[in-house]
Design a protein. Structure first.
Length: 557
């Protein structure tokens, strides 16, 4: 048919004298193929629905029930609807009409299946409907049964402003962000249900109690204790009516997201920021790097970012980092054949306290701006801390989880407790064991992060007007002041969260272990950062059992 239309295009163009494009096209098909329109092909009927010229979708949907049913049957059983005037909103309305109809079919089918489940539960084992309890909602998984008391999924209590005892380390947390939106939506769903069931006779007063629980096999469950008031009965208007609502939000279908292909052959450029107080730890890190990377010919390079104060000597025998530079040159010369090297970048701070910059996140962002300038756009960068223990497994995990123009990786490290508590009854080990007595996963640690330079530059261009890019040492004080005053971004990780368009992978990393180190939480830091610093230090001392034992020994001594 297409070939015949092609050979008759001239005739079709000359005979487009109708206003309707449908009629012009039909005339062309009829002339070219000598075929007339038909609703039947091989005993199969194809219906079409012709809309009146003054058709109004909203008005027609609200007509009498009999008229609407006739219109509905004709529209649903049609394969085409015509004519469609030059109004895109009609196309959207017709599409939504069909979608609503399909959704209603699905809901009716779900309701039918639920009724069948209830009626057939009697025929289960024991032939006793009381013992064959049907899950709620009907057809949903009833949830996991914990094998012991340590595996019980607990209910978290909340009210309209806070959630309580959500973790073992905090008493309360304000409801903000997506958590607040989720609870508000659940509460509104419960109110709407009450309005429907009681025909708007009961008016919502306040939320008395709220409980939520997440089950990975079932979804999210909520229990709401609501205070209601009878809005229509004047005699009992001020009388409080209590209702308990159970709400379940089932898990949806799990999708496997496709990701770009990556290999373990990518070169990693490791970035280590070194301060005057961490020289010895930096030397140990270099020795660890030589053993894990250079001796095994791993495709890596190490850049040391040496932080100088305003008056610190940086040349000759007086250089405060002379020891580190000597180590770097010796190791690079020793392994120059494998193209693995240790380099350094010196940054001099004009009139800023080193105690402040060591723990101040804006400084790390400023350093990142300067460091990325030294690499090509395809480079994979990994920021580490001096107390970290490098392993081949961890580096391969970095390569697999950091994907150019797709994903960055910020692992949660296993941080060692204070050695006097962690190894009170045993000898201190060189390697840290993944043991609850030796350390914990520190969710407040964002020091280790990996990304590609091109992704960092793209992200920084998006927020350059809000957080200016640092181009040199002299820009650092001004940029730190701007970021500290706005008090929004507290890490490179948050920079990607707020302004990046990539996936941000944040997960516990058993291959990344950090030796115990006390962070200097100086009063010169802003209040939010200082509180986080103090909290991180306190959690790295030991677990509650070790601390309780220490307090007991102190009182008994």
């Amino acid at each position: 048919m297409v070939r015949k239309l092609k050979t008759n295009l001239d005739w079709c163009v000359k005979n487009t004298y109708s206003v309707s494009d449908d009629i012009n096209f039909g005339r062309c098909v009829n002339h070219a193929t000598k075929l007339t329109c038909s609703m039947r092909v091989n005993e199969v009927i194809f219906n079409g629905k012709q809309l009146p010229w003054n058709f109004n979708f909203n008005q027609h949907s609200t007509k009498a029930k009999e008229d609407h049913k006739k219109f509905h049957d004709e529209l649903i059983n049609s394969i085409s609807v015509y004519p469609i005037v030059h109004d895109h909103s009609i196309i959207y309305r017709i599409n939504s009409y069909f979608l609503i109809n399909e959704l209603k079919k699905v809901e009716d089918m779900i309701e039918l299946l639920r009724k069948k489940i209830i009626t057939s539960s009697y025929f289960g084992p024991n032939n006793n409907i009381k013992k064959n309890i049907v899950s709620w909602p009907v057809g949903n998984w009833h949830g996991n049964k914990s094998p012991g008391r340590f595996d019980i999924l607990r209910w978290n209590y909340f009210n309209e402003t806070h959630i309580f005892m959500q973790t073992d380390f905090e008493n309360s947390r304000q409801l903000i962000g997506i958590t607040r939106l989720d609870i508000d939506r659940v509460l509104q769903t419960a109110i709407d249900k009450i309005n429907v069931d009681y025909k708007n006779e009961l008016k919502f007063n306040k939320l008395i109690n709220g409980y939520l629980k997440f089950d990975a096999s079932r979804g999210m469950d909520y229990i709401l204790d609501l205070s209601l008031i009878n809005a229509n009965n004047k005699l009992s208007y001020n009388k409080q009516i209590l209702k308990r609502m159970h709400i379940n939000k089932p898990l949806g279908k799990v999708d496997i997201l496709p990701v770009p292909y990556v290999t373990e052959n990518t070169r990693i450029n490791i970035i280590l920021i070194v301060h005057l107080s961490s020289i010895n730890n930096a030397v140990k890190f270099m020795e660890n790097y030589v053993e894990v990377c250079m001796e095994k010919r791993d495709k890596t390079s190490l850049m040391l970012v040496l932080i100088y104060n305003k008056e610190s000597p940086s040349k000759g025998s007086d250089d405060i980092y002379g020891k580190i530079k000597t180590y770097a040159l010796n190791f690079t010369d020793q392994y120059k054949r494998i193209q693995s090297k240790i380099s350094w970048l010196s940054i001099r701070l004009p009139s800023i306290s080193s105690n402040v910059i060591k723990s101040d996140p804006p400084f790390k962002i400023a350093v990142a701006d300067l460091v990325v300038q030294k690499f090509s756009s395809e480079s994979l960068l990994l920021f580490v801390q001096t107390d970290a223990i490098l392993t081949t497994e961890y580096l391969n995990r970095i390569r697999m989880n950091t994907i150019s123009q797709w994903q960055i990786y910020c692992p949660i490290p296993f941080v060692e407790f204070h050695p006097d508590l962690a190894y009170a009854d045993e000898l201190k080990k060189i390697n840290i064991d993944l043991n609850r007595n030796h350390g914990r996963y520190d969710e407040l640690n964002y020091e280790s992060i990996s990304f590609y330079k091109i992704d960092y530059q793209t992200m920084r261009k998006m927020n350059e007007d809000y957080i200016p890019i640092t181009h040199g040492d002299k820009d650092i004080p001004n940029k730190m002041t701007i970021m500290s005053d706005k008090n929004v971004i507290h890490s490179i990780y948050e920079l990607f969260i707020f302004y990046g368009k990539l996936h941000v992978f944040r997960a516990v990393e058993p291959a990344l272990k950090i030796h115990h180190n006390v962070i200097n939480c100086t009063d010169e830091l802003n209040e939010y950062i200082r509180q986080k610093c103090v909290l991180s230090n306190s959690r790295q001392i030991g677990h509650r059992g070790q601390l309780a034992k220490l307090i007991k020994e102190y009182h008994e001594s």
